[in-house]
Design a protein. Structure first.
Length: 125
């Protein structure tokens, strides 16, 4: 069993407290936005909502889900994820193959990979 000094124990306590505080600073705004989204619009506009919904309602979600623009945007996001993921994997394989060969077999492999990957990255943007 390793005996820790008093300074290490104090450091651990302060480290945990600081990390908890930083975690709360990051999570509480999200909790507030979620509470606002589930609250009545009058309560939200008057500033009564903090971290728990006031006059619970799902009207905001019903309104958003009824809009055609939301579903079009969602499908565009799915297409970009599918095409971007597939294209990224394909380009990674194309770049990895020449790097797996020795320099004796494929003398210009480094030049090929640098040129190919820079051209693909600029074309994807």
């Amino acid at each position: 069993m390793k005996i820790e000094s008093k300074g290490v124990k104090v450091f651990r306590v302060f480290n945990v407290l600081i990390l908890i505080a930083l975690g709360l600073i990051c999570l509480l705004p999200f909790l507030n936005v979620i509470a606002l989204s589930f609250s009545d619009k009058i309560a939200a506009a008057s500033g009564q909502v903090t971290f728990w919904p006031v006059n619970f309602t799902t009207d905001a979600y019903r309104y958003v889900l009824d809009q055609g623009a939301f579903w079009r945007s969602f499908l565009i996001s799915l297409e970009r994820v599918a095409l971007g993921g597939g294209l990224g994997i394909f380009l990674t394989v194309l770049s990895a193959y020449p790097l797996s060969k020795s320099s004796a077999v494929f003398k210009m492999r480094t030049v090929y990979v640098c040129t190919f990957s820079s051209q693909c990255c600029s074309a994807a943007v």
